[in-house]
Design a protein around this ligand. Structure first.
Ligand code: GRF
Length: 392
């Protein structure tokens, strides 16, 4: 079973971080593992604990950079570990727009109060001063506010006679160490599809072969025109090696939508017999002098592949319509599937790939994988809702 990689952000002591690492190692069938620990404080005791436990550690220095620069550095680390969930554990910095946009719905925090009561700092002292009978801890999603995101789990602690800030803190902390790993274990089930990446890719390959006619499959149509909305997706994003370098650009987020939507892997390049692997292609602007935006699509040797790609794209559009696909998720920057950018004469320019522009002529919504990665299901829901409203 592949485990969801978790990154833990810390600034200090690290008892929650340690309990997450311990928990994930203790249970063999735990569906997640701590792959790295990131700190804004190079002297954080948590870093030493993590490195002693042989977890990769990073100190990302926040000085002399903007918040966005700082967070983009962190984002690179997260991507290099293919992180699925970020767990803040005593990280003393407010997460900014850069990370929130890219990791929305995947950043969790633990807070030592029963939220929404007592967000912020000095929590136990404020709770005792207020005379609460119960306190506890909460695991919540991180949004732009302070400890204000959706609550995912809570544990309570009854305030005892003669309770001090220290005793309450310790008893809450004990609960935190159990609650946090339990919530993460639940939460990865929510964000991850139950089947494994391997199973998903095998299923997509099967569909791809049938769609492209290399295998017959009478059941495919029934399967796809069922109750769920069907979505066309660039085949390389589904784990199929249909690119020029024979590699795929598998998009993990597809696993999350696989239960709600029927995924139809499409490749206009394959359908246009461009072959895999094939040399990289790029657009070339023709007839600029006549002010016409005529483009050609050439492989490295200068040979034109435009007509093949148009032909493959038309084929794919027929499949798209026959299977009642609602919208298309395309691999940005690809000469066929790019929805906003393509390479033209050595530069990345604002333009659509051939397949995408053919779909766009019919007002079929196209979502780029880059937008989808940031917004995952939210953007799909909005597109489908708009379509529904239009039909009414
Ligand atoms: C914990 O009380 C946690 O709830 C809060 O910060 C503290 C971190 O403690 N967010 P530790 O570093 O995990 O020991």
């Amino acid at each position: 079973m592949s485990k969801t990689p978790v990154a833990v952000f810390v600034s200090g002591r690290g008892s929650n971080m340690k309990s997450l690492i311990d928990w994930s190692r203790k249970y063999n069938n735990c569906g997640w593992e701590v792959v790295c620990v990131i700190s804004d404080n190079k002297d954080a005791p948590a870093l030493k604990i993590a490195s002693d436990m042989e977890v990769t550690i990073y100190f990302v220095d926040p000085s002399n950079k903007s918040k966005a620069e700082y967070e983009s550095e962190i984002d690179e680390i997260l991507n290099s570990h293919d992180v699925g969930i970020i767990a803040l554990a005593g990280f003393m910095r407010i997460i900014g727009e850069y990370l929130l946009k890219r990791w929305s719905g995947r950043i969790l925090n633990i807070h030592p109060s029963l939220l929404p009561a007592f967000p912020g700092l000095n929590v136990q002292k404020r709770a005792l001063n207020a005379g609460v009978g119960f306190s506890g801890c909460s695991v919540h999603l991180v949004d732009e506010g302070i400890d204000s995101g959706k609550i995912l789990g809570q544990a309570t602690v009854e305030v005892q006679r003669g309770e001090t800030v220290e005793s309450l803190t310790n008893r809450i902390l004990e609960k935190e160490h159990k609650l946090y790993p339990e919530v993460i274990t639940e939460y990865i089930n929510v964000i991850n599809h139950r089947s494994s990446v391997e199973e998903f890719i095998i299923r997509m390959h099967e569909r791809f072969d049938i769609i492209h006619g290399t295998k017959t499959g009478e059941n495919l149509l029934n399967d796809i025109s069922g109750n769920k909305p069907a979505l066309g997706v660039s085949a390389c994003l589904c784990g199929i090696n249909c690119r020029y370098d024979g590699k795929n650009q598998f998009m993990k987020d597809l696993l999350r939508i696989d239960e709600e939507y029927e995924i139809v892997p499409l490749c206009p390049e394959f359908a246009g017999n461009l072959g895999v692997p094939r040399p990289p292609m790029e657009f070339t602007l023709l007839d600029v002098s006549r002010g016409e935006n005529q483009v050609d699509l050439q492989i490295e040797t200068g040979e034109s592949k435009l007509s093949e790609l148009i032909c493959g794209s038309e084929k794919m559009k027929t499949v798209f319509n026959e299977l009642s696909c609602h919208c298309f998720i395309g691999k940005e920057r690809s000469p066929s599937c790019g929805s906003n950018f393509v390479h033209m004469d050595g530069k990345l320019v604002l333009n659509k790939g051939i397949f995408t522009s053919i779909l766009a002529q019919d007002h079929i919504p196209v979502i780029s994988d880059e937008v989808f990665r940031i917004n995952s299901k939210g953007v799909l829901k909005r597109v489908l809702l708009n379509l529904k409203n239009k039909k009414c």
